[in-house]
Design a protein around this ligand. Structure first.
Ligand code: HEC
Ligand code: HEC
Length: 160
């Protein structure tokens, strides 16, 4: 018989586990203090992890300008205008007043992307898909603010 038997596999696994635990216990001695040392968690705004977030001073919208270039191709474009008071609720979506395909021409706004009509299962729908309905989950107003976390990201050479 070419197939390893269940019994063989079980015996093999048993000795493998013993060998591994021996190797681990020899090569990586972990002191009890190390193993139980608390993990150092930090908040984005450098307040104590147990304290509540300090109240912000509200959103400061930049004056309406032309859209900033996207940093990477898949980026949801930033919103180049204020969205103060633009309600998006279960009943009403202010954004679609200008960005729906039927309104965009008149409003001189960009039509919502064709990708926004695809359902989670990949079916093409005739109106904005529920998973793209809450626009501000992905689109935020552009503003000149200091990044909370730095990064060194550069888009791929062929995609610039
Ligand atoms: C009163 C009309 C109006 C409403 C309401 C409106 N927009 Fe706009 N939006 C525009 C216009 C006009 C532009 C195009 C500005 C330009 O290209 O200079 C634009 C541009 C944008 C862009 C940039 C698109 C690109 O080509 O880069 C995004 C993203 C956007 N809006 C999102 C939103 C979201 C999200 C909402 C709701 C919270 C919203 N807009 C509500 C008129 C509107
Ligand atoms: C799940 C994230 C997500 C949500 C929710 C979402 N968008 Fe987008 N949006 C994107 C991404 C990513 C792009 C750019 C890539 C693409 O076209 O899909 C985009 C592109 C756009 C564009 C530019 C289209 C173009 O031709 O350049 C507009 C305008 C826009 N979205 C408006 C909206 C509006 C209005 C809503 C709410 C009804 C909305 N988006 C909801 C992620 C999202």
């Amino acid at each position: 018989m070419n197939q390893p038997t269940y019994r063989f596999a079980r015996t093999f696994a048993f000795f493998w586990a013993i060998a591994m635990s021996l190797i681990l216990s020899l090569s990586a001695p972990v002191s009890a203090a190390e193993a139980f040392a608390p993990v150092k968690l930090q908040t984005l705004r450098s307040v104590d992890i147990t304290a509540s977030d300090p109240a912000g001073d509200g959103t400061r919208y930049a004056p309406d300008t032309s859209p900033l270039p996207r940093d990477f191709v898949q980026q949801p474009p930033l919103i180049p205008h204020t969205i103060e008071g633009y309600i998006v609720s279960k009943e009403f979506n202010k954004c679609m007043d200008c960005h729906a395909w039927s309104r965009a021409g008149q409003a001189k706004a960009t039509k919502i992307s064709i990708t926004h009509f695809k359902s989670r299962e990949g079916a093409e729908m005739s109106s904005v898909s529920p998973n793209r309905y809450f626009c501000n989950q992905c689109h935020v107003s552009q503003t000149d603010s200091k990044p909370l976390v730095g990064n060194t990201f550069k888009p791929g050479a062929g995609l610039r």
